[in-house]
Design a protein around this ligand. Structure first.
Ligand code: URP
Ligand code: ZN
Ligand code: ZN
Length: 466
C-alpha cells in the first residue's frame, strides 16, 4: 500500500464514519474501520480530522482573455491555489474565439494546462459563435471528453449568443449526451441600463450592480429554462445569484424538468452589494457578473442549497489584479474586467458559513463541492467520492483550525481576495491527488505539470435528480 490515511472520520455525500483509507497506484483500495499499517509505505495521521473527497471546482477561468485583459491566474498559479484549498480537480472554460473552431479552443486550453497544472483538469467549452459547422463539432468534442458547453445570454457585443442559437445548440448538446449551461442575464436590457447610467455620469463600480438588476437574471433564467424545455434538453444555470433565478429553477424542477443550478461563495452573504461602496475604487474588487446582490438574496440561495434546488457550489475563479487590471475601469465601470478569485476559499468558506452556521450538513457540504459536480459533469465515480476504485483525490480537513482569510496566506497570483478578514473555524490541511500529497500545512508540494486532463463521460441525468 502506497499511502494509508489513519484515524480520520471519512465524510462522503452519504455518510460520516470513522475509517482508515488505503491507497495504491493512485486509487483507493480499501476503506475499513482498521487497516494494518505495517505494509504501508507512508501513514498519515488524520485523527480529529475529516477525510473528504477532494473538492471539484467546476467553474474556473485560468488565463482567459476577457474584457481587454487576461485573467491573472494561469494553470500553474490557479491550480496551486486550488490545491491549497482542498480542490483536486477543476473544470475550466475553454473559450471559442469568434470564427474559431471548438477544436482550436480545446487545443489552446489544453496547451495552457499541460506542463503547468498541479491538479487534474477537464474543460467545458464556451460557445460564442454558433454556426452550423460549430454545432456539428459538438459531437466530436463529446468524443474528446468535453461534455458540457456554456452559452452566454449576457455580454452583448462580445460573448452573447441569441435565443435561436441557444435553442439550436441545446437540441444538439442534448442529442450528443452533453449538458448545456447558461450564463443567464438579459444582455440587451443590461446594455440599455449601462448606456443610460454612463450618460448620466454614473460611472463608479456600484453602477455595475445597479445596471444588472436581479430581474435581468430572473428573466434570462426563465427564458433559458423555456428554451431548454422546448429543445428537450437538460440545462445547468451557472453562478446563480438572485432569488428570482432560484425561483425559476425551483418551479422548473418541481414541474419535473431537469435543470441544475450552481452558485458561488461570493453570492452567499459574506460579501454583498454594499461592498461596491468601498472607497478608493475598492468596489471594483467585487465586480463580477452576475453582481453581488443585496442582503435579501443570500438566504434564498442557502435555502435552495439546503433543499436541493441548487446542486453545486463552485468558485467562478476569474481573477484580475486590483492594481492594474481592475483600474482599467476607473472612469467607467463597464471597463472593469468582470470576475473575482476564489478557488482556494470555496471549501473553507462554505464549511464555515454553511456547516458551522447550521445551514447545511457536512454530507451536503461534500455533495455541493464535490460529489454533485462529479455526477452532473460525468466524472463520477472516478472522482467525487471515497470508494474502492475511485481516484485517491482526498482532502484532509481540520474542523478546529481557525484562521482569518487574507491575501497574505493565499497561493494565487492575483493581488487580493474578496474574502479578506473573514474568520473561519475549519480549513483544509492536506490535499492528496491520485495518492500523492500535493499540499500540506500551508505548502503546495505538487509539481507543476503533474495534473492530467480528465476526459469526461456523457451526461447521465439519472445520477442526480434531487
Ligand atoms: O464575472 C465573471 N463571472 N466573470 C467570468 C465570466 C463569467 O461570466 O463566468
Ligand atoms: Zn458567466
Ligand atoms: Zn465564470
Amino acid at each position: 500500500m502506497d499511502l494509508l490515511i489513519k484515524g480520520g472520520t471519512v465524510v462522503t455525500a452519504q455518510e460520516m464514519v470513522r475509517a482508515d483509507v488505503g491507497i495504491e497506484g493512485g486509487k483507493v483500495v480499501e476503506v475499513a474501520s482498521h487497516i494494518d499499517a505495517t505494509a504501508a509505505k507512508k501513514v498519515v495521521d488524520a485523527s480529529g480530522k475529516y477525510v473528504m473527497p477532494g473538492a471539484i471546482d467546476a467553474h474556473t477561468h485560468f488565463k482567459m482573455p476577457f474584457m481587454g485583459a487576461y485573467t491573472t491566474d494561469d494553470f500553474l498559479t490557479g491550480t496551486r491555489s486550488a490545491a491549497a484549498g482542498g480542490v483536486t480537480c477543476i473544470i475550466d472554460f475553454a473559450l471559442q474565439s469568434k470564427g474559431g473552431s471548438l477544436k482550436q479552443a480545446l487545443e489552446t486550453w489544453k496547451g495552457m494546462a499541460e506542463g503547468n497544472a498541479i491538479i487534474d483538469y477537464a474543460f467545458h467549452i464556451a460557445i460564442t459563435d454558433c454556426t452550423p459547422s460549430i454545432l456539428d463539432e459538438i459531437k466530436d468534442m463529446v468524443q474528446e471528453g468535453v461534455t458540457s458547453f456554456k452559452f452566454f445570454m449576457a455580454y452583448k457585443g462580445s460573448l452573447m449568443v441569441d435565443d435561436a442559437a441557444l435553442f439550436e445548440s441545446l437540441r444538439v448538446t442534448s442529442e450528443c449526451g452533453a449538458l448545456g449551461a447558461v450564463h443567464a442575464e438579459n444582455g440587451f436590457i443590461i446594455d440599455v441600463l449601462q448606456k443610460e447610467a454612463v450618460a448620466r455620469g454614473n460611472v463608479a463600480p456600484k453602477y455595475h450592480a445597479l445596471t444588472r438588476p436581479p430581474e435581468a437574471e430572473g428573466e434570462a433564467t426563465r427564458r433559458a429554462i423555456s428554451l431548454a424545455k422546448m429543445a428537450g434538453a437538460p440545462l445547468l444555470v451557472v453562478h446563480v445569484s438572485a432569488k428570482e433565478a432560484v425561483r425559476a429553477i425551483e418551479e422548473a424542477r418541481m414541474a419535473g424538468q431537469i435543470v441544475y443550478g450552481e452558485t458561488c461563495p461570493q453570492y452567499l452573504g459574506i460579501i454583498d452589494a454594499s461592498n461596491y461602496e468601498e472607497p478608493d475604487f475598492g468596489g471594483a474588487k467585487y465586480v463580477c457578473s452576475p453582481p453581488l446582490r443585496t442582503k435579501d438574496h443570500p438566504p434564498v440561495l442557502w435555502d435552495a442549497l439546503r433543499f436541493g434546488f441548487l446542486q453545486e457550489v463552485s468558485s467562478d475563479h476569474c481573477s484580475f489584479d486590483f492594481n492594474g487590471q481592475k483600474r482599467l475601469g476607473k472612469d467607467d465601470f463597464r471597463a472593469i474586467p468582470n470576475g473575482c478569485p476564489g478557488v482556494e476559499t470555496t471549501l473553507g468558506v462554505l464549511h464555515n458559513e454553511g456547516v458551522n452556521k447550521g445551514r447545511i450538513s457536512l454530507n451536503q457540504l461534500v455533495a455541493l463541492v464535490s460529489t454533485n459536480s462529479a455526477k452532473i459533469y460525468g466524472l463520477y465515480p472516478q472522482k467525487g467520492t471515497i470508494a474502492v476504485g475511485s481516484d485517491a483525490d482526498i482532502v484532509i480537513f481540520d474542523p478546529d483550525k481557525e484562521l482569518v482569510v487574507s491575501q497574505k496566506i493565499m497561493h494565487h497570483a492575483v493581488d487580493y481576495t474578496p474574502f479578506e478578514g473573514y474568520s473561519v473555524k475549519g480549513w483544509p490541511v492536506m490535499t492528496i491527488s491520485r495518492g500523492e500529497i500535493i499540499y500540506e500545512d500551508g505548502e503546495v508540494k505538487g509539481a507543476p505539470g503533474r495534473g492530467k486532463f480528465v476526459p469526461r463521460k456523457p451526461i447521465n441525468t439519472k445520477l442526480l435528480l434531487a
